[in-house]
Design a protein around this ligand. Structure first.
Ligand code: AAL
Length: 368
C-alpha cells in the first residue's frame, strides 16, 4: 500500500482495529465486531455498502394523482446488450381506497387491479416501457383480480415470470395470494400463463399459511431456488419471514426447505450469489432489518453488515443469477420503488439504486 493510502487509513480511524481478533479480553461490542461481521473494518467488508438513488427517465414520474403506479421490480437481466425489468403496473381510474371501498374499478391497495409490465434500457438510467407482459386473466382464472410482484428465471433458453396472483382484493382478509408463473421463448413474450398455483401455502398454523409473496429466483448449485416472503400480523409492524423452496424444473414440484423460515426479518426478497454462497438484503421489518446477510449454503444466513436507507423492493442487476459459478460476483445497481402513501394519491414509482457489493478483484481471482 502506498504511503498516502496509509495516511488516509490512519486519518479515518481514531484507533487501530487489528484484522484478527486480539487475544486480550474484549468488551461485548468489540468481541462481536470480530465475530458477527465479515471483517472488523467496514471498508474491508465486501458486504458493507451505503446506497445512492437516481431518478429514471422513461416512466412518467409526473402523473401523481394515484391512478398510475409502478412498483416491486424484478431482478434485472441482460439479453443481447439490453437490460430488462418487469414490475407491477397499476393503471386504474381511481387511486386505492382500501378494502372497504374497493370495487371493480377502484383498487383496495397500491398493487390491487394491477398487471405486469416491462421495460428495457441500455444504461440502467433511461428506460423504455414496452407494455404489458402479463395481463389479468378473466374471472375466475388464477390472478383475475390482480397480478403483481414479478421475478424472472431463465432456464434452458426459456423465460419464466413468477408472480403473485390474487383472486380477491388484497386486504379483504389480509394480503393473501399464492404464486403462479407464465412462460415465454423470448424476454419480449408472448407469455403463456401456466394457470396453476406453483407453491402451496403452508398448513394452517404454519408461518406461511396465508401467503407466498415476492418470489425471487436463482439457480444455485444446479437447483432452482425460489426465495419468498410470508407475513403474519398487522401492517406495518407485522412479522415477516423469508423462506426457500427448491425444484429441478421451473414448473415444480417446489419443495419447501425444512429449516424455513431462513430469514427472520426483511420484507421484499433480494438475493444474489456471492463468493460461493448467497447474500441477501434484509431491508425492513424485524429485528434484523437494515442488514446485509450472507449464507455459505443459501440457507443459513448471518448478518454480514449493518447499513441504512436500503432500497425498498430492490431488484438488482445480477449478472450470475442463473450461473453461480460465473466469475462476476455481487451487485452494483438495480431498481427499487418509493411510495407516496397519502390517501388521495397513493402510488409508487421506480428509481435506480447504486451500491458497492462486488467481491473484489483479488478475491475473484483467488476464487474465495
Ligand atoms: C410488496 C410485496 C408484495 C406484497 C405487496 C405487493 O411490498 O411484499 O407485493 O403483496 O407489498
Amino acid at each position: 500500500m502506498s504511503n498516502s493510502n496509509n495516511k488516509l487509513k490512519q486519518q479515518s480511524y481514531p484507533w487501530d482495529i487489528p484484522a484478527k481478533k486480539p487475544a486480550r479480553e474484549l468488551s461485548a461490542a468489540m468481541s462481536r465486531l470480530y465475530d458477527n461481521y465479515l471483517t472488523p473494518r467496514p471498508e474491508d467488508n465486501p458486504l458493507f455498502t451505503s446506497f445512492k438513488y437516481t431518478e429514471l427517465t422513461g416512466f412518467n414520474y409526473h402523473n401523481n394523482d394515484g391512478t398510475i403506479s409502478r412498483r416491486d421490480p424484478s431482478k434485472i437481466i441482460k439479453v443481447d446488450g439490453l437490460y430488462y425489468v418487469w414490475y407491477t403496473k397499476r393503471c386504474t381510474q381511481f387511486p386505492p381506497k382500501g378494502a372497504q371501498h374497493c370495487n371493480d374499478l377502484t383498487p383496495s391497495t397500491d398493487w390491487d387491479l394491477s398487471e405486469i409490465s416491462y421495460a428495457i434500457s441500455i444504461n440502467g438510467f433511461d428506460w423504455v416501457e414496452q407494455g404489458i407482459a402479463v395481463t389479468r386473466p378473466k374471472h375466475p382464472q388464477l390472478g383475475w383480480r390482480s397480478v403483481s410482484t414479478p421475478d424472472i428465471l431463465i432456464y434452458e433458453n426459456k423465460y419464466y415470470l413468477y408472480y403473485q396472483a390474487f383472486n380477491e382484493a388484497s386486504g379483504k382478509k389480509g394480503d393473501h395470494c399464492p404464486v403462479t408463473l407464465s412462460v415465454a421463448d423470448t424476454p419480449d413474450g408472448p407469455w403463456l400463463p401456466h394457470g396453476e398455483v406453483i407453491i402451496e401455502n403452508g398448513e394452517p398454523g404454519n408461518w406461511d399459511q396465508f401467503s407466498i409473496h415476492d418470489p425471487y429466483l436463482l439457480i444455485y448449485n444446479g437447483k432452482i431456488h425460489l426465495y419468498y416472503k410470508a407475513a403474519y400480523g398487522d401492517r406495518p409492524d407485522y412479522l415477516v419471514g423469508n423462506g426457500l423452496a427448491t425444484a429441478n424444473n421451473p414448473f415444480g414440484p417446489f419443495e419447501k426447505h425444512p429449516l424455513n423460515p431462513i430469514l427472520n426479518s426483511g420484507h421484499e426478497t433480494t438475493y444474489f450469489p456471492f463468493k460461493s454462497g448467497i447474500a441477501a438484503l434484509t431491508i425492513r421489518n424485524g429485528n434484523e432489518s437494515n442488514t446485509i446477510q450472507y449464507s455459505p449454503d443459501g440457507v443459513n444466513f448471518s448478518i454480514a453488515a449493518v447499513t441504512s436507507l436500503m432500497p425498498i423492493a430492490a431488484g438488482p442487476y445480477v449478472a450470475n443469477a442463473f450461473d453461480c459459478a460465473s466469475k462476476a460476483n455481487g451487485i452494483e445497481w438495480g431498481l427499487c420503488h418509493f411510495s407516496d402513501k397519502q390517501a388521495r394519491n397513493k402510488h409508487s414509482f421506480l428509481a435506480r439504486f447504486d451500491c458497492s457489493l462486488m467481491v473484489n478483484e483479488l478475491e475473484k481471482e483467488l476464487k474465495v
